[in-house]
Design a protein around this ligand. Structure first.
Ligand code: UD1
Length: 332
């Protein structure tokens, strides 16, 4: 019996592979390496002492997916693989919808043929849209997404809920991530965006390293603690442990469950920058820039349900996130 981690050499998938292997679960990683490299498998082996099976494959390729299910006895799918750049999704909506939806459909088809009953999906807090009050609770209405990436998460949630309705023996977990940052404390795994980063923490680490001149802080006139945007940052290792908790619950419970995976606490851009500077004893020059289109002032999770049902909560601090992100940037 094995678990299939699609996108398992990516940022969140690789950290989850480590947690699953350390929990004694057999893990098969599938990734087309379009946004990661095969040496991540070596790094997972270095950390855990176990080499997971690795298949280089696109999860939209029905023959390749069928071959994986034929070769391995897959008892659950943790589906990370997908395109994830918000700006690019606006430029290439067809590519985003095709890749992010077809992969889910292809996996569901193979699961049905092989009697595999557990699907854990990487969703996003972006499905809460622009109009919900904070903190976000799983029961709130979703939609009003601001870009095709967000809509692809929303549509995947709908597809999976419908599949679970049609097959009462299927177990679906929709995991809504808040803002994952940090890296493995070994410095062997982390976020490695190509080109100029869009997200805040990879931008901060490149500025600290001297590869970019300064951080642009997008707006300081929001109705927040210091005027800058507030988000719920979650250490990627805590997020990975959330997948393990969700899988262990899902394998014994059919039907759909939705979980916020966040800390429940908000941190502003300037609070994150100041913590990064203090913890790492390094300067991060910044300038105040205009607001970024599509940003909202503040959001964070109501993390109660994951605590009550999965007995999971975040353990790492914003200090840990800043230290581990910098350690990864220096070693990576
Ligand atoms: C973004 C995506 C979200 C996705 C998530 C992945 C948008 C609108 N949303 O979330 O769908 O799931 O990334 O982690 O793009 N900031 C700066 N300067 C920068 C970069 C960011 O000030 O150079 C600020 C932003 O204005 C925001 C905060 O930092 O207030 C976090 O930004 P970011 O890391 O891009 O995440 P989100 O926008 O929350």
């Amino acid at each position: 019996m094995a678990l299939l981690l699609t996108g398992g050499t990516g940022f969140i998938g690789s950290h989850t592979a480590v947690e699953f292997i350390q929990a004694g679960l057999e893990t098969v990683i599938a990734d087309d390496l379009s946004n990661s490299t095969a040496d991540v498998v070596d790094r997972i082996e270095t950390i855990t002492g176990v080499r997971p099976a690795f298949v280089c494959a696109d999860m939209c390729d029905a023959e390749a997916v069928e071959a994986i299910f034929s070769q391995y006895d897959i008892e659950g799918v943790i589906h990370f693989a997908g395109f994830k750049a918000v700006g690019e999704s606006v430029e290439k909506p067809v590519e985003y919808y095709r890749n992010n939806l077809l992969s889910t459909l292809t996996l569901l088809d193979a699961m049905r043929r092989h009697g595999c009953k557990v699907f854990v999906f990487s969703s996003s807090a972006t499905v809460y849209g622009e109009n919900n009050p904070i903190p976000y609770v799983e029961t709130m209405q979703t939609g009003d997404c601001t870009n095709p990436y967000g809509w692809s998460k929303f549509m995947n949630e709908q597809i999976l809920m419908d599949a679970a309705k049609a097959d009462p023996s299927l177990s679906v977990s929709l995991l809504r991530y808040f803002n994952p940052i940090g890296a493995h404390e070994s410095g062997l795994l982390g976020d490695d965006p190509s080109g100029i980063p869009n997200n805040l923490m990879p931008y901060i680490t490149r500025v600290a390293k001297g590869e970019l001149p300064h951080l642009n802080v997008y707006g300081n006139d929001y109705p927040t603690v210091d005027g800058t945007g507030v988000r719920d940052y979650i250490h990627v290792v805590d997020l990975a442990k959330g997948h393990l908790a969700a899988y262990q619950y899902a394998k014994d419970h059919a039907g759909t469950e939705v979980f916020n995976l966040g800390s429940g606490k908000g941190t502003s851009v300037l609070q994150l920058v100041e913590t990064f500077k203090r913890v790492n004893n390094i300067d991060v020059p910044y300038v105040i820039a205009p607001r970024r289109a599509g940003d909202i002032a503040e959001f964070y999770a109501d993390a109660t349900k994951a605590e009550e049902v999965l007995h999971w909560h975040t353990e790492k601090t914003v200090e840990d996130m800043c230290r581990d992100s910098w350690n990864w940037e220096m070693k990576g």
